[in-house]
Each structure stands twice: as C-alpha cells, then as structure tokens.
Design a binder for this molecule. Structure first.
Ligand SMILES: [Zn+2]
Length: 309
C-alpha cells in the first residue's frame, strides 16, 4: 500500500492496534510510517466491500445530534462560532461561497448561511444519502459524492472545510489536489485532523491511542508532513489552530483500562459519550495545553491558494 499523502512506497513499522471502539473485527491492524514524508498510515487497509462492517449502523457520526447531550450541544454551538470566527480571520474577508466536505447534518452549512451567504453558494458533500437529501430539500447545494468524483466549479470557493474527514480518505493527496482546483484565488481550505505528534499519541503509541480509531483512520499526519506535500501543489501555509482531543484522551484510557488492565466495567465508564464530566475536564486540560503551544490531539490546518494562482 502506498502512502496516501506523498504516494511513496517506502515505509517502516510504527504501531499496532485493534478495533477497541466498536469491536467490528477481531484482527490486529498495523500502522506504518512513510520514510519520505512521515505520514503514519494503516497498511493494509480494510477492503471497500467491508466498509459497511467497519462503519456499523451505531457509528457515532450517524444521528450524532440526537445522541449528544443538550448541554454539550449548546457548548459545541458556541465553540463552532468561535472556530468560524478564527477561520474567517485567517481567510481575511467574509466568504462569498463555501463547501463543507463530509457535511453530516449540515450544522456548518447553516452557520455560514446564517452569516449571510445565500444557500445557492453553500455546498456540501455527504456520503450518508438520507442526510444529503434532507439538506438538498432544505435548499443547500448538497450531493452524495466523494470530493475526488464530485463535479464542482473551478476557481470558485472562498472557503472549503473538512472536519474529521481527511484522515478517513484513501488519499489526502488526491483530496488536496482537487480542492486546489476548486478554490478561488486567495481562498482557504481548512481541515481538522488528529495529530500524530500529540502527547497522548506518544504515551499510548502501541495499541491504545484513541486517535487511531482503528481501522477507520487511514492516514495520521502532523503539520510538517502536510505542509511538505501541499507546497508543491501550490498551497501556502496560512495558519494552525491546536484543538482539543478530549474524546481521544478518554478513548485512550478506556482502551488501556478495559483491554490492557482487564477492568471491563471501569473501562466502560471512560467512554466519552457516557461521561460528560470527564469530557469537560479533558477539554479544559487540552485547552490550556493548546494555549501553551503544546501538541494537542487535533489540529486545524489552514492552507491558502495564492491570489496570483
Ligand atoms: Zn509519504
């Protein structure tokens, strides 16, 4: 399997892990590190025909809004607005057109529409058919397609976002190449992804890091890796926001306590969807660590297509 970020086929063993979160399969999975760009990737990967096995019907992002606690949801809405304020600051002007890849239930589409961008310029891509149809019925420009295959206007979008998406795709490189074509000159792509250089990732490197999300995260990289491959495509680095990895912290402890130490019930108490107070503590700790410039579990990386492109 070639590296999904730089395309090289030159890798070394990095770590192993199991599907601790959903237990959809019992086999051990291997992550390797690309010697050329340092991307850490799952090798081999699940087969396309098995995607419905590794993404079971209870997968968290399906029906996410109905499962999240109402208070947590309100906090999330405030954090979303702060995140978009930062995104628009980096873009440098209010976006006139927007695309969210993996738009789910459409909460970012509505947020941007609420800032005054007409629905005919608010686009989304979502592989969950019913979710895509609901948003289309609502008037948004949403299709059930992968970014690599979607027909989108070139040199058009001021802003493209991918939240917790790029680590799931086969080739982040192909994704970024396609996005470069559709961005307007001066436009920005911003994506949030797990950070393989985080403290949590190094403490739980073998088997238990929550960020592996085995076998659903296929490429795990750092800022250095992605900027190294994005530059030759034409992108300029536009900024970085460290974001919290509260769920990854709890998942790491969950996996360690339940599977390494063998305390099943105690481990299950650490499932982040069941333990709001611990989520709040982990969020606070990572927010402070991010402010101090430490490597947290997630980063939002901003890349710009130059104005003269
Ligand atoms: Zn590579």
């Amino acid at each position: 399997m070639n590296c999904g970020v730089c395309g090289a086929n030159d890798c070394e063993y990095f770590a192993s892990s199991y599907d601790f979160e959903y237990e959809t399969c019992g086999n051990r999975w291997t992550f390797v590190r690309c010697r050329r760009c340092e991307n850490v990737y799952l090798n081999p990967r699940p087969l396309v025909k098995d995607l419905n096995v590794i993404y079971p019907s209870n997968y968290y992002s399906y029906g996410y809004e109905s499962t999240v606690n109402k208070l947590a949801w309100k906090v999330k809405a405030v954090l979303d607005r702060l995140t978009f304020k930062k995104i628009i600051d980096i873009l440098g002007y209010p976006p006139r057109s927007y695309l969210d890849i993996g738009c789910g239930s459409g909460r970012y589409l509505r947020l941007i529409n609420g800032l005054g961008v007409g629905k005919e310029k608010v686009f989304g891509l979502e592989l969950d058919g019913p979710a895509a149809k609901r948003l289309k019925d609502e008037g948004f420009m949403v299709e059930k397609e992968r970014i690599e295959d979607a027909e989108l206007p070139e040199n058009f979008f001021d802003l493209v976002t991918l939240f917790s998406v790029i680590e799931h795709v086969e080739s982040p490189k192909a994704c970024l190449e396609k996005i470069y074509k559709i961005l307007a000159p001066g436009g920005v792509v911003c994506f949030e992804a797990p950070n393989i250089k985080s403290l949590n990732a190094s403490l739980f490197r073998d088997y238990h890091w929550g960020g592996y999300h085995t076998p659903r995260h296929w490429n795990l990289f750092s800022l250095d890796t992605i900027t190294k491959v994005a530059r030759p495509m034409g992108y300029e680095f536009a900024g970085l926001k460290r974001s919290t990895g509260h769920a990854f912290w709890l998942w790491s402890f969950h996996h360690y306590v339940k599977y390494q130490l063998g305390f099943k019930k105690l481990g299950e108490l650490l499932n982040p969807s069941k333990c709001l107070p611990l989520v709040a503590v982990a969020t606070l700790v990572d927010t402070i660590r991010a402010k101090l410039g430490q490597e947290t579990d997630n980063s939002i990386i901003f890349l710009r297509k130059p104005r003269t492109a």
